[in-house]
Design a protein around this ligand. Structure first.
Ligand code: ASP
Ligand code: MG
Length: 409
């Protein structure tokens, strides 16, 4: 018999009806003889509602009190779920994060888990109980309630699975797995049977918001088998594994991530000499603006160069302001910018052992008449920057060209 940690998100516990459905599911696993620890989020919308209440007082509420407030959402759902299970004749007990000693650092609203004492949970499991734990929360060494950042219940689930050496951490959500790309953009997107932690991190950070990124990192670090599956329909979901087992079977590309949330800035005719990159990017970093891609052109005349980088679209104006100061200070260079760009990325561990992915990608895009403005690569990813208006076309063309389309049914 196995030990499962099962995490149910806000939509899955969004009403009493749904909580009953979750209880049925959990009871099903218990009836088969498995041990189950359940982690739940707050009912959908509840965390946002609580944050909005705080913001009615001021924009920047005391972080400690914020955690005291938002952690209550999960306390409601653990109680309701445990009551439901008990009512169904399935013994259950609920605990807040601090009650099961989820000890975090003291960075309120974005705390990190330091240790978990699993004694209490094991004891309850041995007594035949389902243990229901509040996601998203813990307490620091002084006992102050902390929270783990938005979407943090995923991380609670994986951390508990690691501490308990569970056979699997199952994240039940409103999608039935991880897809090759966003099905809303590409109707031929298909569910992946497995995806590696590395690939998932690239797909997640590029906008496939299925799991909190930290939970995936955690799963990789502690080797926790992690499965994403639907609360609402049966199916195997997607298993996130530490390493691809059979390298021969690896597809070249596992998924395509994309985001329109990008902008690019260029300093034209900057002096081509040591220190320029840091003179440009130093102040950008100091302004707390995160830079993604960076390209510096070869100087045709050996004296000046063009320096381009991308930032999140929300930082575009701010970055422009910073660059104006930089150019003035350097005494040369002109600034240009474009906030109508998108980034499209091919992701796959199979790329490591295959050449030619980039050239094929460029060919597919050129056949569609799409101009590539910037390129960056890593071991398992190739990203291009293109005009935003071509983003969806690019995703669909690449999806077909790299053999990711699902079979017609
Ligand atoms: N309730 C928290 C949030 O909405 C944590 C979670 O759902 O994972 O972010
Ligand atoms: Mg979530």
């Amino acid at each position: 018999m196995a030990l499962y940690v099962q995490k149910f998100g806000g939509t899955s516990v969004g009403s009493i009806e749904r909580i009953k459905a979750v209880a049925e599911k959990v009871k099903g696993y218990r009836d088969e003889g498995h041990d189950v620890v359940v982690v739940v989020s707050a009912m959908s919308g509840e965390t946002n509602r609580l944050i909005a209440l705080a913001n009615e007082i001021n924009d920047d509420p005391t972080p400690r009190e914020m955690d005291m407030l938002v952690s209550t959402g999960e306390q409601v759902t653990i109680a309701l779920l445990s009551m439901t299970l008990n009512h169904m004749g399935c013994p259950a007990i609920s605990y807040t994060g601090s009650q099961v000693s989820i000890v975090t650092d003291s960075s309120h609203t974005k705390a990190r888990i330091k240790k978990i004492d699993d004694d209490k949970i094991r004891n309850d499991l041995n007594l035949g109980r389902v243990v229901v734990v509040a996601g998203f929360q813990g307490a620091d060494e002084e006992g102050n309630i902390t929270t783990l950042g938005r979407g943090g219940s995923d991380t609670t689930g994986v951390a508990l699975a690691a501490a308990l050496k569970a056979d699997e951490c199952q994240i039940f959500t409103d999608v039935d797995g991880v897809y090759t790309t966003d099905p809303r953009v590409c109707s031929k997107a298909k569910r992946l049977e497995t995806v590696t932690v590395e690939e998932m991190l690239e797909l997640a950070s590029l906008g496939s918001k299925v799991l909190q990124i930290r939970s995936v990192e955690f799963a990789g670090k502690y080797n926790v088998p992690l499965r994403v599956l639907s609360s609402f329909q049966d199916g195997p979901g997607t298993l996130i594994v530490a390493e691809e087992v059979d390298a021969m079977e690896e597809p070249l590309i596992s998924g395509i991530a994309f985001t329109a949330n990008e902008a690019k800035l260029t300093v034209l005719n900057a002096p081509d000499m040591p220190g320029v990159a840091s003179r440009i990017l130093g102040p950008v970093g100091d302004a707390n603006i995160e830079v993604d891609m960076i390209v510096q052109n070869v100087a045709p005349d050996g004296k000046t160069t063009d320096f381009t980088f991308t930032v999140a679209r929300g930082d575009y104006k701010k970055a422009m302001g910073v660059l104006e100061g930089v150019v003035e200070e350097m005494g040369s260079g002109e600034i240009s910018g474009d906030n109508g760009i998108a980034k499209v990325s091919l992701v796959g561990v199979g790329m490591r052992s295959h050449a030619g992915v980039a050239s094929k990608m460029f060919k597919v895009l050129s056949d569609e008449g799409i101009n590539i403005r910037m390129v960056s690569t890593s071991e398992i990813k190739i990203s291009v920057v293109i005009d935003e208006k071509f983003m969806e076309l690019a995703v669909r063309a690449l999806h077909t060209a790299f053999g990711l389309d699902k079979e017609e049914d």
